[in-house]
Design a protein around this ligand. Sequence first.
Ligand SMILES: *Cc1c(COP(=O)(O)O)cnc(C)c1O
Length: 395
Amino acid sequence: MSDDNWLARYRASMMGTITDPLALLVRGEGCQVWDSDGNRYLDFLAGIAVNSLGHAHPALVEAVTDQIATLAHVSNYFATPPQIELAERLQRITGAGEDGRVFFCNSGTEAMEAAVKLARLNTAGGPRPRILALNRSFHGRTMGALSLTGQPALQEPFAPLLPGVEHIDSTIPALEAAIGPDVAALILEPIKGEAGVVELPAGFLARAREVTREHGALLILDEIQTGIGRTGSWFAFQQYGIVPDAVAIAKGLAGGIPVGALVTFGAVSKLFTSGHHGSTFGGNPLATAAANAVLGEIERSGLVENAALRGEQLRALIADLAHPLIAEVRGRGLLIGVELSEPVAKDLARAALAHGLIINAPNERSIRIAPPLIVADAELAEFRTLFTAALEGIS
Ligand SMILES: *Cc1c(COP(=O)(O)O)cnc(C)c1O
């Protein structure tokens, strides 16, 4: 196949839902990918925090290869060993334990749809028509998840959205003013990834846990981007000393194979009953075997600890550049945001790509960096060289 005119063919065949792709990628290995012209890139985005083990990791390749040759799909009229194993693993790593329950789907937005339905089932003490979410949040693109997403520009073309969803500022006073006995759930990201890796104010999550408990509302966390070791613990909430009622998981869970999950904690695990929800593909043996391989490799190789350590090194390395364009370095583990002093994030990401480095600009002021959890010294050193060159290129 001639790749010379790939962009023209893409535009002539793909729905115009997104801006033009940056390159035609054909192969990956570890923290690197190659395009159709043979150019190599250091991948510090990992498919937006998805490729936990990098590209073509032998553990994932072997698990998927074996499973697809054995049993790939059976429907939820039947159980399979990889599905049960993954559900038990998620009970363990979330800390939900034996009182927790797992629902499997295929993506982040589907995990949020399950979360919305879970919220609607919370009618403790009377009707609870309201769901609280945060301004500048991102929860996905399907209608329920989009209703939660606190970005008017993404929502407006698709109004009317789900009734009862209200967006509040990420401040404790705003939360205290909005919460009440008619709130079914507060749904939020512990760190807002799409907003540019933005943490909540100090004490916000602890207070969120308190007020939701006081008013009988569920606290549902969207850890689709922050989960699976990304922030230096299995889940970000584990660093804030709280336990949610449910957590949504997807992106990094199966290292690139589509899978999503909603994990409930304690009594909330009894809200969904037979006939309430389902997914044809959800929890199929292929996707769950892939996730088991990813979680197994993360444990075997200490990649949660690596994410914590490398994240700290990476943030220090970026801060040490002391470049005038860099106003702030934030984030936890290997989910890093760099705030720029000028609105040139898209230019910087483009310059980085031209130097062979993949990073991302979620908006004009911030750069997001989320390499595979396997990054080591060599990749960090190469990142420094390429990122410095990109910064110099646009200054
Ligand atoms: C990516 C993401 C989603 C949506 O996941 P999809 O798999 O793209 O549907 C939802 N919430 C957060 C925080 C995300 O980062």
